[in-house]
Design a protein around this ligand. Structure first.
Ligand code: NAI
Length: 256
């Protein structure tokens, strides 16, 4: 089955999603890249080239339900049955709770939580026809811990973790596994917008490995979760890829 994988990657034109597309292609699998940003799509098409006919690019806004259904149909028309989905499309804004407007909250909810859910739901409808599939949702450590400034973003990512758990339970009988990855800070365009130099120093001081992740660090975990030969008995889990951030206490090698 792994030799025949077709993986849809939302947000696949940048950052973590793009690294996952590259990792999928490196496995010899097919990647369908869906992203709202046409400039990034064009740039990644130029960077990836033909990839032996194993990659396709499509404009998609995950908040548009009808477009999601069309995109998955286009992916299957192009490459045959969908075997994997990675929900990497996401947006982030940091603000203190008391400065967070309902509009900011709603915009992140629409993309990060409801958008990911709708894509997962529509992908699962296709996968259940074959009785197999793997869905990987990109959550965040901010969906697990109360990181300052992440009231809306963190809530959407906490929601992604719950969606992952519920879908894993409901779809296990259909042969579909649903997992999440919770990255710590990753060097991507998104983080470069959100993290100030002070925030960057604070993160590094609390991460036992003392560095940000590379997008490839996250891609390796995604390939593991997509590949049923490696992770066939793993479902409903949230894999923290965070250099030890979520398990650290206050006594670190720097303070001991
Ligand atoms: P990025 O900004 O490099 O990539 C995100 C991609 O999603 C962009 O190409 C963007 O055009 C696309 N996108 C945004 N809204 C969309 C929509 N409505 N429909 C379709 N595509 C849309 O960001 P990055 O860092 O690669 O983030 C990927 C995911 O990882 C996001 O869900 C983010 O919340 C999550 N994450 C990122 C972390 C980081 O430190 N960079 C840490 C934890 C989680």
């Amino acid at each position: 089955m792994a030799d025949q994988q077709t993986v849809l990657v939302t947000g696949g034109a940048s950052g973590i999603g793009l690294a996952i597309v590259k990792a999928v292609l490196a496995e010899g699998w097919r990647a369908f890249v869906a992203d709202v940003n046409q400039t990034s799509l064009d740039r990644s098409r130029d960077a990836l080239g033909e990839a032996g006919g194993k990659v396709r690019f499509a404009a998609l806004n995950v908040t548009d339900e009808a477009a999601v259904t069309q995109c998955i149909a286009a992916c299957e028309d192009e490459f045959g049955a969908l075997t994997g989905l990675v929900n990497s499309a996401g947006i982030a804004k940091a603000a203190p709770a008391l400065d967070t407007t309902a509009e900011m909250f709603r915009s992140m909810l629409e993309v990060n939580l409801i958008g990911s859910f709708v894509v997962a739901r529509e992908a699962a409808k296709r996968m259940q026809q074959r009785g197999a599939g793997s869905i990987v949702n990109i959550a965040s450590v901010s969906g697990i811990l109360g990181n300052e400034g992440r009231i809306a973003y963190g809530a959407t990512k906490g929601g992604v973790i719950v969606v992952t758990q519920v879908m894993a339970v409901e779809l296990a009988g259909a042969g579909i596994r649903v997992n999440a990855i919770a990255p710590g800070p990753v060097e991507t365009p998104l983080v470069q917008q959100v993290h100030t130099p002070e925030a960057r120093a604070a993160w590094i001081s609390t991460i036992p490995q003392r560095r940000y992740a590379s997008a490839d660090d996250i891609a390796g975990a995604a390939v593991f979760l997509l590949d049923g030969r490696k992770s066939g008995y793993v479902t409903g889990q949230t894999l923290c890829v965070d250099g030890g951030f979520t398990i650290a206490g206050i006594m670190t090698s720097a303070s001991a």
